[in-house]
Ligand binder design. Structure first.
Ligand SMILES: Nc1ncnc2c1ncn2[C@@H]1O[C@H](COP(=O)(O)OP(=O)(O)O)[C@@H](O)[C@H]1O
Ligand SMILES: [Mg+2]
Length: 264
C-alpha cells in the first residue's frame, strides 16, 4: 500500500480536483484506491455525489471499524464510456467534525495504526487535505510516501509551495526519527494554467528554474473542470475527448510512474 498526500496551504489551488482525478484514474487503470477526505469542507466527498458525514472522525476518534466508514464509489460515477473500470474506488468521507480530529487525538501515529489493516486490501491511498496545517496533517505525513503540491502560477501562490515544502522537511525528520522512511516530493502541479498570460508563463518558468523536472505538466485552465465538478464527474468521464481529460490522464500517468518508484 502506498500513500500520496495532496498538500498546499492555499485554498482553491486544485488539491481536491487533483485528488479526485488521481483516485478515479488509478481505479480505472486497475488499482484498488482509497481516497481519504481529510478536509472539514468535505469537497472530495461532495465531488463524488456523496453526503458529508464524519467518516474520518468516526474512524480516528470514535474508533469505528473502517468497514463502517468506507464508502464504495460506483463505477458509474467515474467510468469512461465503453471502457470497463478494472480496479476499485472507496472513499472515507468528511464533514465539519474533521476539524475536531486534531484536538481529539493524542497519538500522532493514529493514522498509521488505523490504516495498517488495509495493507493487502488497498493498493493506493490518496489523502486530500485542508489548507490549514494541524496535527492531523502531521499524522497523515507519517504514513505518506509522496506528496503532490498543486499550485496556481501566480506570484502569491508560490508562498504556499514554499510553506508546504518546509512542512515536508519537518515531516521527513519526524518520520525518519521513527524509522518510518522518507517523504518524497512527487511533483508540483501547476493548475488552472493560462498559457496566453505573461504572468502564468513567467511564473511557470520560475517554478521550473527552481524545481526542474519535479514540476509536472500544467493543467490548463478550462471551463470543463468546473462543469465536470458540477456534474459530480471527473473530466475524463464527463468529457472524454476534451483537453481537460487529456491533461487529467497525463497527471494520472505521471503519478502512477512516481508511485512505481516507491519501494514497497
Ligand atoms: N484546470 C482547471 N481549470 C479550471 N478550473 C479548475 C481547474 N482545476 C480546478 N479548477 C476549479 O478550481 C476550483 C478550486 O479547485 P479545488 O480542487 O477545489 O481546490 P482546493 O482543493 O485546493 O481548494 C474548483 O471550482 C475547480 O473546479
Ligand atoms: Mg479542497
Amino acid at each position: 500500500m502506498k500513500v500520496v498526500t495532496l498538500l498546499n496551504e492555499k485554498g482553491g489551488v486544485g488539491k481536491t480536483t487533483v485528488a479526485t482525478h488521481l483516485a478515479a484514474g488509478l481505479a480505472i487503470k486497475g488499482y484498488r484506491v482509497l481516497l481519504v477526505d481529510a478536509d472539514p469542507q468535505g469537497h472530495a466527498t461532495v465531488m463524488y455525489g456523496l453526503a458529508k458525514e464524519p467518516g474520518l472522525y468516526d474512524l480516528l476518534v470514535r474508533n469505528a471499524p473502517y468497514q463502517r466508514v468506507l464508502r464504495p464509489i460506483s463505477p458509474e460515477v467515474y467510468e469512461i464510456p465503453d471502457q470497463p473500470v478494472r480496479g476499485k474506488l472507496y472513499l472515507i468521507p468528511s464533514n465539519v467534525e474533521t476539524r475536531n480530529i486534531a484536538n481529539s487525538i493524542n497519538n500522532i501515529l493514529v493514522f498509521r495504526d488505523k490504516f495498517m489493516p488495509l495493507e493487502g486490501a488497498i493498493d493506493i491511498v490518496i489523502v486530500d487535505t485542508s489548507p490549514t496545517p494541524s496535527m492531523l496533517h502531521g499524522s497523515v505525513a507519517l504514513v505518506t510516501d509522496g506528496i503532490i503540491i498543486p499550485t496556481l502560477c501566480e506570484m502569491l501562490a508560490f508562498d504556499g509551495v514554499r510553506e508546504s515544502l518546509l512542512h515536508r522537511d519537518s515531516f521527513v525528520n519526524k518520520k525518519q526519527e521513527l524509522g518510518l522512511g522518507g517523504v518524497e516530493l512527487f511533483g508540483i502541479v501547476p493548475t488552472r494554467y493560462k498559457h496566453k498570460t505573461l504572468e502564468h508563463t513567467e511564473m511557470l518558468q520560475q517554478l521550473v528554474d527552481a524545481f526542474g523536472d519535479t514540476v509536472w505538466k500544467p493543467l490548463y485552465d478550462r471551463i470543463i473542470w468546473s462543469e465536470a465538478a458540477r456534474a459530480y464527474r471527473p473530466t475524463f468521464s464527463y468529457a472524454p475527448d476534451s483537453q481537460a481529460a487529456r491533461d487529467a490522464w497525463t497527471l494520472v500517468d505521471r503519478a502512477e510512474e512516481a508511485l512505481s518508484n516507491v519501494p514497497s
